[in-house]
Design a protein around this ligand. Structure first.
Ligand SMILES: NC(=O)NC1=NC(=O)NC1=O
Length: 174
């Protein structure tokens, strides 16, 4: 699907296709629709990024809270979104051994306890060993640092999800 097709989409189709490029935050997609036509995919990505950057700290933390834990309850219960399930599986998070799983659970809880939002990382750009290492290291950061870092990761996840929808002939969800 090329950018001209994207620009021609009625609102409902636009949100149906792009509504989860930021996990469980269709409001972002609903908002940037009014910025069309987009000259390119990067321009659509930039509009999403600008919306996120314009949010107050509480809004940014809200976006982070919309993300499922890595190898968490949603993965165990099979209630992850399609995108998250694919991303987490690709990083090997659906095949942790018991020691890795309990370490991930403990560190995720410790992180959430400290910051009030979950640890977010772009799973497709990392493997399980690196994710565990980053989770352990980032637990030591300050809240403001982690809020910014988590939003950076959200933007990476969004970029990869957008590319998967626009650059390839990904079957439309229409
Ligand atoms: N907490 C998270 O980082 N979740 C996720 N990162 C991804 O790349 N996909 C997810 O579901």
């Amino acid at each position: 699907m090329d950018i001209n097709l994207v620009n021609a989409l009625p609102y409902e189709d636009f949100v149906n296709i792009f509504g989860n490029v930021v996990e469980k935050c269709p409001i972002i997609t609903a908002s940037v629709w009014s910025k069309r036509p987009f000259v390119s995919l990067p321009a659509l990505e930039a509009a999403i990024s600008e919306f996120i950057d314009s949010l107050p700290e509480s809004g940014k933390e809200g976006i982070l809270r919309c993300h499922p834990d890595l190898a968490g309850r949603d993965l165990q219960r099979g209630t992850l979104t399609l995108e998250s399930r694919e991303e987490q599986a690709r990083a090997g998070l659906d095949s942790l051994n018991s020691a890795e799983a309990s370490r991930m659970t403990r560190l995720n809880e410790e992180y959430k306890e400290r910051f009030g939002f979950p640890f977010v990382i772009c799973a497709r750009m990392n493997d399980k060993a690196n994710i565990l290492r980053q989770l352990s290291e980032r637990c030591q950061n300050e809240r403001a640092v982690e809020r910014a870092r988590g939003i950076e990761e959200v933007k990476k996840i969004c970029r990869l999800r957008l590319q998967g929808l626009v650059l390839t002939d990904a079957p439309n969800k229409l």
